[in-house]
Design a protein around this ligand. Structure first.
Ligand code: NAD
Length: 355
């Protein structure tokens, strides 16, 4: 008999092409009339076109959202949001814009609409990671969950291939860890397997043709599923390592996920046989560890933490921090094998040798 707990999310979600045009409708649904936009997208004209329908309502824009949600950037944005007397925030962009929206909602109680333009998945979660003094801390709080999410495939067409590939692997990482999560359930595992299946098929098509709207739609659908998995399942050593590396060494978020994923999976493979079976099914590959590595290489992504700018001397610090308030993991966490995992990932050695 199956026994499980599932926490469903209360977000209103719209998915399709041209859905950004329904922003005024969504604002009305939420009872908001003074929206403030948060973004990283600096293309003034493109952003202007995006927000055209809101021209009469918009009370301000802040375009300096940053990766890993630095607390100082949040303070700067808050000053402007307060000054504009906004009654909600709209985050348009990847996880950096969405993260800033969450950080503002946490501090003000303002409602949020997220319009994700990458595959990070943050828009579907009550999770916020913030960075201060070189440390990234993560909290989970229903107040940071966006009330509405508008997925518009058209907004993802401009995402460069390298960003698309890395971001897609970031989404796959949520799904992979969802497959072996201690608090996973039949629904989250179903969503995780489907997310991996569609992203594994769509990302190479996007590399071939970044304007392939069907492939873009599949990838965004996979990202949505993976975001829901992230929201409903506890993440393990892969996410702990990536948060530590990102916050401590300022490494790029999605690329760090793409490098670490095959190594983290190799670490856990022996302790997560059912997840490995689901991965083989989803990817149609006999060895998911080796295949993930080949997949990211063929997408043109960096293959080592060294390439991302991590100093080799940082391995010890990263292990120390990762073992502090460690997340649950299917295989017990021990210093020596973790050091080996990170040494391999730093140098880009074959992850399948770790299994
Ligand atoms: P990002 O938001 O920083 O975007 C990367 C770059 O791509 C930026 O320069 C951005 O302007 C550009 N960009 C985004 N969409 C584009 C588009 N459609 N066309 C052209 N350029 C585009 O990167 P990200 O990987 O999406 O997000 C990373 C951040 O999200 C990190 O801070 C991470 O911690 C956070 N995150 C949080 C969660 C969560 O649940 N809390 C989940 C995943 C990621």
């Amino acid at each position: 008999m199956k026994t499980f707990i599932h926490n469903a999310l209360a977000a209103h979600v719209r998915f399709g092409s041209g859905t950004i045009a329904t922003l005024p409708e969504v604002l009305e649904k939420l009872g908001c009339s003074r929206p403030f936009v948060l973004t990283t997208l600096r293309q003034g004209a493109a952003l202007g076109a995006l927000l055209g329908p809101l021209a009469d309502l918009l009370v301000g824009t802040f375009d300096k959202a940053e990766m890993h949600t630095p607390v100082q950037v949040t303070r700067d944005a808050l000053t402007e949001v307060d000054r504009a007397s906004a009654d909600c925030v709209i985050a348009i962009g990847g996880g950096s814009a969405v993260g800033l929206g969450k950080a503002i909602a946490l501090r003000t109680g303002l409602r949020q609409i997220a319009v994700p333009t990458t595959y990070a998945g943050s828009e579907m979660t009550p999770v916020l990671g913030q960075t201060e003094n070189g440390r990234k801390t993560t909290l989970s709080d229903p107040r940071v969950q966006p009330a509405a999410v508008i997925y518009d495939v058209d907004l993802t067409l401009s995402m460069p291939v390298a960003t698309s590939a890395a971001s897609g692997l970031n989404a796959m990482a949520h799904a992979v860890e969802g497959l072996y999560a201690r608090d996973g359930n039949p629904l989250t595992r179903m969503m995780a397997e489907e997310a991996i299946r569609v992203l594994f098929a769509a990302l190479p098509r996007i590399k071939t043709d970044p304007l392939d709207r069907d492939a873009r739609a599949e990838a965004l659908y996979g990202a949505w599923l993976a975001g829901m998995v992230l929201a409903s399942s506890g993440m393990a050593i892969h996410h702990k390592l990536c948060h530590t590396l990102g916050g401590t060494f300022g490494l790029p978020h999605a690329e760090t996920h793409s490098v670490v994923l095959p190594y983290a999976l190799a670490y856990n493979a022996g302790a997560a046989p059912e997840a490995m079976t689901a991965l083989r099914r989803a990817m149609g590959q006999a060895d998911p560890v080796a295949s993930l590595r080949t997949f990211s290489r063929d997408l043109g992504l960096p293959q080592s933490l060294r390439e991302l700018g991590m100093p080799e001397s940082g391995v010890d610090r990263a292990i120390e921090l990762s073992l502090q308030s460690a997340y649950w993991n299917p295989r017990s966490l021990a210093e020596a094998p973790l050091r080996e995992l990170l040494a391999y990932a730093w140098a880009g050695l074959p992850p399948e040798d770790l299994q």
